[in-house]
Each structure stands twice: as structure tokens, then as C-alpha cells.
Design a protein around this ligand. Structure first.
Ligand code: HH2
Length: 278
């Protein structure tokens, strides 16, 4: 049986790994801050990523890199609104809004956004109600703490069990709030309150999260735990590809990445070997 992720305009098959392309409309994102703050550049970039093979475009107006300060909702909306408005009629790709603020999600959904990517795992009950009411898809991600302080020596007794328990609890709450099971994807949140060893262990034991029964999204792209091989975030393409292939091998369904064209090529091989996909 083909597994799917349900969007309001129809089902999205998960027989191959899908790519979510990252569009950061921010001055300060860790790898591409300031490059796409101009709405027309952000839209152009998003269209390019879709052409390269991104089936979901994730638009974000607040950096959540370690140490980042929260951005007020009006500023976040000022950044993403013109991008969403211009992009919607220009692409058939699904559009996701990377926000944990219910007021941003509600306005984005009204502009035709298909998915809410919530790095706080639907901590805010209002977010849960918006997703349920509007029939959009949702990513429920694990984060330990807040971006400002999350990388100050995060500790776990067993990182996989703790992240698993969190995702189990939050997806249970989401289903109880009326979100259909097949509209939900889970994400262990690499780099969000996790040290390099935690990220490595999550990737190594990713298969464990399949028992939750939801598609798994992994976001390793250009993150600092890949920096052991050197270089600035934009020089981490090969390291990111290695992580992407390992994620597919270990059960990921969706990959959130900056380098879409290269990832699309790499996962074609990974899909063929790991999943027997054509
Ligand atoms: N990582 C980032 C942001 N949003 N969402 C999900 N579901 N999973 C992730 O791993 C994830 C995410 C951080 O990456 P980026 O958007 O490139 O950086 P910044 O937060 O600095 O804008």
C-alpha cells in the first residue's frame, strides 16, 4: 500500500523521498541570511528550487538558529506576506509556512499555504485548532528548550526515547484535536537542543521513529554538526548529502534542504537502493 501525506487539495504519495526546499526570508538565517530578504529574490529562489525538484517549498520569516532572538509577529508577517502572495499563483508545489506563531499560520493559510511547519511541535493549542479547522498538513517537530538557549549543553538520558515520547504525545494531542492522522508528519528536530552526538544517534536510529506511524521529515541541511569536516555552512553541501542519504537509508520520507538539485540526484540513488524505487 502506498503511504500518503494528506493535503487539502489531495494526497501526496510517499513512495519516493520528497524534498522540501528551504526559502528563508530573513536577514540572519545561519546559512543564507540576507540573501532572500527581498521578496522578488525569495520568489525567484523558490521557483528555482521547485524546478530543481522540491515538491514542497518551506517559507520562513524568523531564524531559529541557536542564539537567535524571537521576531515579533508583525515583522515576521511583513517578511513572508509578499512572498506568499507572489509565489502562490506561480507554482503548483505545495507551500509550507515555517512558523510556530498561530497568527502567522492563520494568515498564511488564508493566502493558500498548504502546510504548517511548527518547530515547537504544536505547543500552542491555537495552532492545533487552526491546522484542524483549515485541513492543512502539519510538521510536528521536537525541540528541547528555545532557540535562544537550546544549545547550552543539552542533555538527555536517551535522546531517541525522549524525542520519541514527545512526538508520540504531541501527535496524540493533534489527532485528539481533530487533525487527521494522515495530514501529520513528524521531525526529530536535528540541532534543536541537541549536541553532535545526539544528532548522530538520531540519524543512526531514525528507523525507531517509524513506529509512531507518521511520515518522517529530517532537516540536516548545512547544520553545524556537519561542520566537523570543515567549512562555512554554504560549504557543507557534500556533508549534507551524506546525511540526506543516511536519512533515506534509515527511513526518512521527506528531507528539508537548501541544495535541492544536488539532493535530488543523491536521493535518486538512495531511493533506488534503500526502497527499490524506480
Ligand atoms: N531547521 C531549521 C528551521 N526549520 N523545520 C523543521 N521541520 N526541521 C528542521 O530541521 C528545521 C526547521 C533551521 O534551518 P534554517 O531554516 O536553514 O535556518 P534558520 O533557522 O537560521 O533560518
Amino acid at each position: 500500500m502506498t503511504r500518503v501525506l494528506r493535503f487539502r487539495d489531495g494526497d501526496f504519495p510517499l513512495d519516493r523521498t520528497a524534498i522540501m526546499g528551504i526559502v528563508n526570508v530573513t536577514p540572519d538565517s545561519f546559512s543564507d541570511g540576507g540573501r532572500f530578504l527581498d521578496p522578488s529574490l525569495a520568489v525567484e529562489h523558490a521557483i528555482r528550487l521547485a524546478d530543481e525538484g522540491a515538491e514542497i517549498l518551506d517559507i520562513g520569516g524568523e531564524s531559529t538558529r541557536p542564539g537567535a532572538d524571537p521576531v515579533p509577529a508583525d515583522e515576521e508577517w511583513r517578511r513572508v506576506e509578499p512572498v506568499l502572495k507572489a509565489l502562490r499563483p506561480k507554482t503548483d508545489a505545495r507551500i509550507s509556512i515555517d512558523t510556530y506563531k498561530p497568527e502567522i499560520a492563520a494568515k498564511a493559510v488564508a493566502l493558500g499555504v498548504d502546510m504548517v511547519n511548527d518547530i515547537t511541535g504544536l505547543r500552542d493549542e491555537r495552532m492545533m485548532r487552526i491546522v484542524a479547522r483549515e485541513h492543512v498538513a502539519v510538521v510536528v517537530m521536537h525541540m528541547k528548550g528555545e532557540p535562544k538557549t537550546m544549545q547550552r549543553a543539552p542533555t538527555y538520558r536517551d535522546v531517541v526515547s525522549e524525542v520519541y515520547a514527545f512526538l508520540d504525545e504531541r501527535t496524540g494531542a493533534a489527532v485528539a484535536a481533530g487533525i487527521p492522522r494522515d495530514a501529520i508528519a513528524v521531525d526529530p528536530g536535528l540541532g534543536f537542543g541537541k549536541g553532535p552526538d545526539h544528532n548522530g544517534e538520531i540519524l543512526r536510529r531514525l528507523e525507531r521513529f517509524r513506529a509512531l506511524g507518521f511520515p518522517i521529515l529530517v532537516g540536516a541541511s548545512r547544520k553545524s554538526f556537519l561542520g566537523g569536516v570543515g567549512g562555512s555552512p554554504r560549504e557543507r553541501t557534500e556533508a549534507s548529502l551524506a546525511a540526506a542519504v543516511l536519512a533515506v537509508q534509515n527511513g526518512a520520507d521527506l528531507l528539508r534542504v537548501h541544495d535541492v538539485a544536488a539532493t535530488a540526484k543523491a536521493i535518486r540513488v538512495a531511493d533506488a537502493v534503500a526502497r527499490g524505487a524506480p
